[in-house]
Design a protein around this ligand. Sequence first.
Ligand SMILES: [Zn+2]
Length: 326
Amino acid sequence: MTKPEYALALDFGGTKLATAVVSVPDGRLFGYQKARTPADAGAQASLELILNTAGKSLKESGIPQEKITRGGISFGGPVNPDGKHVIRSMHIKGWENYPLAEVAADRFGFPFRMGNDGNVAALGEWFYGSQGKPHYFMYIQISTGIGGGFILNGEILQGQGMAGEVGHQKVQYVGEAAFPCACGSKGCIEAVASGWALARDAKALIESPEACSVFREQVSKMGEISAKPLIEAARRGDSSASEIVDYAFRCFALSLSNAIVLFDLEEIVIGGGVAVNSWDLLEPILTHSIPEFLPTEMRGKTKIRMSHLKGTETLLGAAKLSELAG
Ligand SMILES: [Zn+2]
């Protein structure tokens, strides 16, 4: 049996943060903690909160402190390829060039390695969800935004810190009609199919005379105008909602096809709340559309599946990443 090695894992997102002690060989979590990121309170307050939350994980894990010898951090924004410095946060000001890995190392007394959240989640899914087998692997998640990363020959594709920004590949021509994206560009897949993009479309639909009654019913039943009632209405055959959801998911299929063409991927895993909760609608569209978007020779060669790690892929990836700490 493999000797257990333990790492302290930190998942530092713009809206949520989570920490745990992870048994690296098998991905068991101990002392799991989560909290809302106090984004409005600024960089210092969110830093204090995640370090204190991680301290709580250490204490409550029940793992003797001397067995926890390294740490990994997933950060919600671009990270320097050295794995030590944040380039900037996508959500909170004041993180520019911050040496977060060193600050965490000073606090806990062991080395840390940090990565961008999409890349770290990809590492977690590749190692724990796909047993580290595929050589050409992509993970993508649809949640509030769209993010992900590539694991090629066992390594995170990093570029200069920004590689694998799968949410910002173009699926619409960048003209007047393309949807504006949070990244400052237009026509990105995130601006079409993410949770925030579908919420925007749901709001526009409810104000339009074209909204069908099924959609209106779901909005009043759920008490929110978001991706949720839009997807549920589409599931129930509402034509106004289906038109939006089908378009978004076909665009998503297009973005996956582009990735397949670029990297000849063996496997794509799809996670994130929006994708997982609408898998019954998303999967048939991917199955139908992706071959249509691919060159004949590339059809049917990429396995596509849903993530089964229930959102822990990021924490798990941070634990796996800690192997590079030092
Ligand atoms: Zn974008």
